[in-house]
Design a protein around this ligand. Structure first.
Ligand SMILES: [Zn+2]
Length: 481
């Protein structure tokens, strides 16, 4: 009994060593670990010999040392006083475990077991676990045992492109399975005495502070792309300023944008965009600033330099500005409407199919078709406000539906009295048409941080405020030269 227990103990210890190995392995790019298909798993040490080799190493080492000395005497090797040099020659052909003899007084640690090799398989379309296990040479029984590991196992959902890795013991029996869900998340299934256990191994990318300055030549989208920003980052930027800037009609050549953001790195390589921490947009001489801030409740949002929320009740441009063909000479007055007096809305020339957004939270009060309007949607926002969207190609909402700001309600088209694809957008206050371009001046103020919360916020933006200011200064200096 006792012998069995100690054996078990040693076995667990050996498993623990593998666990450590795995964690180390996962801090390297997992997907790039060479794992040739069909490779023979490395032999793992038998549990009982984990501590025994120490004696063996000492004995053989001493023997080899003698042999080495003898050999060096007999061979053509030049005589030397450097022990290490003539020790190496015979040792290489014998065993490397004798090297601790060079540093005799140091306590000899247990030799690390060789790393059991991972064999990785990529899940394909139409794959299932049974197929993947079979490809790896394991059975449905193995799969069943692994799947028993945990009730909320990651293996219940496998997506194409994910990696399933297998580790076998010396006898070829399944030792561990790893499910690499993303570069940041792996679930590891390991065989223990009582069956498999599941463990989530997560990685945290490094965050690197970055900044970028853009000058607009034609559009935010092109300026951002030219500066190497991802589409997602450009959309995030547009989202932050979407309540104060109409990215279709407002930008002018020479407008400048400065962004402080984070880049997420894994193993020294760019992994993903981090959040935008702060940004300033200078549009025709007016500078708007936005700072990312997490309040004491844990809510994260963007505020201007005075602590007023950047999220307004209405978007300035109710459509995907990246799909608008030209930012500087939009076909403001459509030929047909030019003859109407007065033109009661704003026209956005955009390609057919461009997503049209709800300008604010509200309810669909009309969604249908008339000959002048084409396909149209009317939204009600609270008691006072209505927004109208005409000439849509397709409607995406039905009368009575609730919509959130930014939700797609339809797509740009040229239905009704329109000769080309554009969005005709109207804004009504208490039933009266107002100019959507200027109505924002009379809308209720956006939410502000409370007086009590303001000091903490202002302290948090002191540094990014200075950074943005110095980026603006540097750009002005560069422009002056
Ligand atoms: Zn119009």
């Amino acid at each position: 009994m006792r012998a069995l227990d100690s054996r078990k103990g040693l076995r667990n210890e050996a498993m623990a060593v593998y666990t450590t190995h795995f964690v180390i392995i996962t801090t390297a790019p997992m997907s790039r670990i060479p794992a040739p298909k069909g490779a023979t798993p490395l032999k793992t040490p038998k549990p009982m010999t984990v501590r025994q080799p120490l004696l063996w190493v000492g004995a053989t080492g001493a023997l080899l040392l003698i042999m080495g000395l003898t050999l060096s005497g007999q061979s053509e090797l030049p005589p030397t006083n450097d022990h290490s040099s003539y020790l190496q020659t015979p040792l290489e052909t014998a065993t490397t475990e004798t090297t601790p003899l060079d540093t005799v007084p140091v306590p000899i640690a247990a030799p690390a077991p060789p790393k059991p090799m991972w064999r990785d398989f990529t899940a394909r379309d139409g794959d299932n676990l049974s197929l993947i296990f079979a490809r790896a040479g394991f059975s449905d029984t193995d799969l069943y045992r692994v799947a028993q590991a945990n009730e909320s196992t990651s293996l219940q959902r496998i997506y194409p492109g994910e990696t399933i890795g297998f580790q076998a013991d010396a006898d070829g029996a399944l030792l561990a399975v790893r499910h690499i869900q993303s570069p940041l998340l792996t679930t590891l299934y390991e065989r223990q005495a009582a069956g498999y256990t599941a463990q989530r191994v997560t990685r945290t990318p490094d965050r690197i502070a970055r900044n970028v300055s853009l000058m607009i030549d034609s559009s935010l989208f092109l300026a951002g792309s030219d500066a190497g920003l991802s589409d997602a980052m450009i959309m995030a930027l547009a989202g932050i300023f979407g309540g104060v800037i109409d990215f279709v009609l407002d930008p002018r050549q020479g407008d400048t944008i400065h962004v402080l953001y984070e880049e997420l790195m894994l193993d020294g390589q760019r992994f993903d965009d981090g959040p935008i921490l702060a940004a300033s947009f200078t549009n025709r001489g007016n500078t708007f600033e936005a700072y990312r801030y997490t309040d004491t409740e844990g809510d994260t949002s963007y505020y201007n330099e005075l602590g007023v929320s950047m999220r307004k009740a209405f978007l300035r441009a109710p459509l995907d500005f990246t799909r608008v063909s030209s930012n500087f000479n939009p076909n403001r007055l459509h030929p047909i409407y030019k003859t109407q007096r007065p033109h009661r809305g704003t026209d956005y020339a955009a390609s057919r199919g461009t997503p049209v957004y709800a300008a604010g939270d509200g309810r669909v009060i009309e969604a249908g078709y008339t000959r002048p309007n084409g396909n149209y949607v009317f939204l009600q926002h609270g008691e006072q406000f209505e927004t109208h969207y005409l000439h849509l190609h397709r409607l995406r909402v039905k009368k009575g539906a609730r919509v959130k700001q930014g939700e797609v309600i339809g797509t740009v088209g040229s239905t009704g009295a329109a000769t080309g694809p554009h969005l005709h957008y109207e804004f009504l206050v208490n039933g009266v048409h107002r100019n959507p371009r200027t109505v924002h001046k009379i809308l209720p103020k956006a939410r502000s941080l409370s007086d009590a919360a303001l000091p903490r916020y202002l302290a948090s933006i002191r540094k990014p405020t200075q950074q943005l200011a110095s980026l603006r200064d540097a750009q002005q200096l560069a422009r002056a030269q």
